[in-house]
Write a protein that binds this ligand. Sequence first.
Ligand code: NAP
Length: 321
Amino acid sequence: MKSHTNKENKYDYDLVVIGGGPAGMTAAIYAQRANLKTVIIEKYAAGGKIIKTSEIENYPGYDYILGRELSEKMKKQVEKLQVGFISDEVTKIRDSKDHKVKKVILASDEFYTAKGVIIATGTLERKIGAVGEEEYANRGVSYCAVCDGALFKNKIITVVGGGYAACEEALYLTRFTNKVNLIHRRDQFRADDKTVNKVKNNKNINLITDHVVLQVLGTADKKKIGKLEIQNVKTKKNTEIATDALFPYIGSDPVTKFVKDLDICDSNGYIIVNDKCQTKIPGLYAAGDVIAKNLRQIVTAVNDGAIAAQYLINFIDNLNE
Ligand code: NAP
């Protein structure tokens, strides 16, 4: 990677987009099409959370599409426009006093300068916090059904959670086995009725409501997960259930540690933006799951990405005047 340490006042890019999920890719498409020299910086793979999403049925234009397929289509569109792509982690953003130069600093201490920045880093899966959860990660505990579901063909699979992700991934996992447990800490679900009814009517899903997972227990040789200790939250009675896999889907937290010092987040760590997807710092915008909002969907992420890019294009146009 080239070093930029002597280029303090020069722009490497018009726009740096941090995060390569649907929001970031959409922002890059709009910006590059408006002739802004744009780069996406992404720590993991392009696609964000949708590459970990099995099936999508609520994205207009596709009544059914695999998450990785939709992400691949978006990525191809970005590549066709020749948007730059850097695989790295952003650790800090610095703004000049006049807000005309943003410095995006990477883990390596190298940096890129830009006229504007869009943060689209999304969220990261939450851990249950059960004893043994970390110990058995990659030995039966996984946070990605699409990636690892097929490893547990005809085995017992347990999903935890009561939102869309838990319901949808439990349904997806019935492709591999007829023994899927779905543990939820209440008896009311957050997903819509259609999804919840699909779960309830699926004879391969064993619903265990009003329970939480206390402990992940291994097989006798402790090489992989074998059982879970669970607790009934009403009776406080503990029981053990056999399982070969555990997929926690209990929500996620925003990836915003790198902007903590900018004071642009709410108390839960989500970035506060106005209806233009603009933070309180001129030239710094945010889009997608990482912003404080009520509805986190692919369609709302791409909506935010377009809005952020469009208003940032206006901001940059004004800088040049
Ligand atoms: P979510 O909607 O926040 O649901 C998390 C679930 O996990 C809740 O049911 C919660 O229980 C449970 N939970 C939280 N902490 C727990 C703990 N420590 N132990 C046990 N259970 C715990 O998360 P999500 O399903 O990952 O969805 C995240 C966002 O993406 C949401 O905005 C969702 O709408 C969206 N999404 C949408 C789709 C779709 O539309 N097709 C698909 C996936 C995700 P309580 O209910 O008791 O709080």
